[in-house]
Ligand binder design. Structure first.
Ligand SMILES: [Zn+2]
Length: 492
């Protein structure tokens, strides 16, 4: 450009260029140029123009066209595909958008992002066709669309709420923690945090998606905006109220910000909405409580019992310990605890049981009956009694005394049996069965094979009975026989 300008010979030509450029009108320039050039050509011909002068003139012409092109350079502006005006400079549009954005942000009290598309098409036009700032601003303003740059609450990667300002977003997180802050201050918990990953992120959203603060707070805390309450009546406690609505005491506490509800008074209003919160508060507290220490059982082997027999030598006793633990709760509901210290208050007493070493006899009939309650004494014999017939032998004994199988065999009944009360019946083979009635406890079940002398039940007073005893029956092919004729004898 400067080089080209230096090539121009004479001040007149420079003045001409400046004049044309400042006019910025192609047609004017061309018409004036031709008339000027013709006259100049005549003068130059007459004054014997040199060849170099002609060359200079061609350069001037090229320069003039180039200058003219620069002067008319422009951009057509398209807003969402619609032509809204022509400008010399893109900055003019940027300024308009900034002005509009500022105005919208002020009226919305939030930051926004304009969502229309803006395209520029390079072009040429004269000054007269260039649109003013206000003309374009007016056309754009009616078409403008925008999103709110909202502050969103993101929980575990998912946006659960949208607010206009950062202050609101920060406040809502504080408000969610607020019910627990009191617990922190009074020392009943030692730490609180969000159980989920909670962040505040910026996202473009439609203004219709912006949440109302109070609604969002309730939603985040309870998972619902539903309200359901109970007014405490005289004489009610947490258990009564929880039971009334079919929820647990823990749930009722959780519905009331995790308060333990130990002090409730008639007229108090309790929430019944068990929260399913989007944001859970995790608290850690130190709890001190007592816990039982279960006793252990040891076995003492004795030769005078069969190896499937047991009896108690010393009964055990549970101990007691004081436990200090971290209790971790989510929204007031315990999720885990970690024991810190344990102090034994009372040692447990080990239970000792005898267990035999002898192999038991074969679990089948020997053909010989023993007395099922040898420590007892006969209280009523087999035979006619009270105008009827007593089908068995009654042997009295203290309740709980072991009743032994008179011979080995297979248990064919074990349970309640009318007037017999709790009863066991054993099949010994060869057509012989035995019955043991009025028991307090039964130790065998149907199908079980037992050996002779096996403890099958304990003496009791169940069914039609006037005192603790065993009603012992022996049946041969279903009919009773006199047990006293069989005990101590080979029956088959
Ligand atoms: Zn009887």
């Amino acid at each position: 450009m400067d080089k080209a300008r230096l090539m121009i010979d004479g001040i007149k030509k420079n003045q001409l260029i400046q004049k044309i450029v400042s006019k910025g009108n192609v047609k004017k320039f061309l018409s004036s140029h031709y008339s000027v050039s013709l006259s100049v050509l005549l003068v130059l011909t007459l004054t014997i123009l040199t060849f170099s002068h002609v060359l200079n003139f061609i350069n001037v012409q090229a320069l003039l066209i180039e200058e003219q092109e620069l002067a008319t350079r422009s951009f057509e502006v398209y807003f969402d595909g619609i032509h809204v005006g022509d400008v010399r400079d893109k900055q003019a549009i940027e300024d308009i958008l900034t002005e509009l954005k500022t105005s919208i942000q002020r009226s919305n009290n939030s930051e926004i992002a304009i969502s229309n598309t803006i395209e520029y098409v390079a072009s040429h036009t004269e000054d007269i066709n260039i649109d003013s700032h206000n003309e374009i601003l007016t056309r754009i303003r009616s078409q403008i669309e925008y999103n709110i740059l909202a502050y969103c609450i993101k929980v575990d990667g998912e946006i659960v709420g949208r607010l206009l300002t950062l202050e609101e977003a920060e406040k809502i997180l504080e408000d969610i923690k607020a019910p627990y802050v009191q617990l922190l201050e009074d020392g009943s918990i030692m730490d609180l945090s969000f159980a989920e990953e909670v962040e505040i992120v910026r996202e473009e959203v439609s203004k219709f998606q912006i949440d109302e603060y109070d609604q969002l707070l309730m939603y985040l805390q309870k998972g619902t905006t539903e309200e359901k309450t109970h007014i405490v009546e005289s004489g009610e406690n947490v258990w009564v109220i929880a039971n009334k609505y079919g929820i647990t005491v823990e749930e009722l506490r959780a519905a009331n910000n995790g308060s333990n509800l130990s002090l409730i008074y008639p007229g108090d209003e309790l929430s019944l909405i068990v929260p399913k919160p989007f944001i859970a508060i995790q608290t850690i507290e130190v709890a001190v409580f007592e816990e039982k220490i279960p006793f252990e059982t040891e076995y003492e082997l004795v030769s005078w019992m069969y190896n499937d027999e047991y009896s108690t030598k010393n009964s055990g006793e549970n101990g007691l310990k004081q436990v200090e633990a971290y209790v971790i709760r989510k929204n007031g509901i315990e999720v885990s605890r970690e024991v810190l210290t344990e102090t034994v208050l009372q040692e447990p007493v080990t239970k000792v049981m005898y267990n035999g070493t002898q192999d038991p006899p074969p679990k089948k009939g020997t053909g010989y009956f023993i007395n099922p309650l040898p420590s007892g004494s006969v209280t009523s014999r087999y035979g006619p009694r009270w105008g009827g017939f007593h089908q068995g032998l009654d042997i009295g004994g203290r309740t709980g005394t072991s009743i032994k199988a008179a011979d080995g065999g297979t248990v064919i009944y074990s349970g309640w049996f009318g007037d017999y009360g709790y009863m066991v019946e054993i099949d010994h083979g060869g057509g012989f069965t035995t019955r043991y009635g009025h028991c307090s406890q039964l130790y065998v079940s149907v199908g079980e094979k037992v050996y002779q002398g096996k403890t099958i039940a304990t003496v009791g007073n169940t069914g039609w009975s006037t005192g603790p005893h065993v009603h012992f029956e022996i049946r041969k092919y279903g009919s009773t026989v006199n047990p006293q004729s069989y005990i101590g004898t080979q029956y088959r």
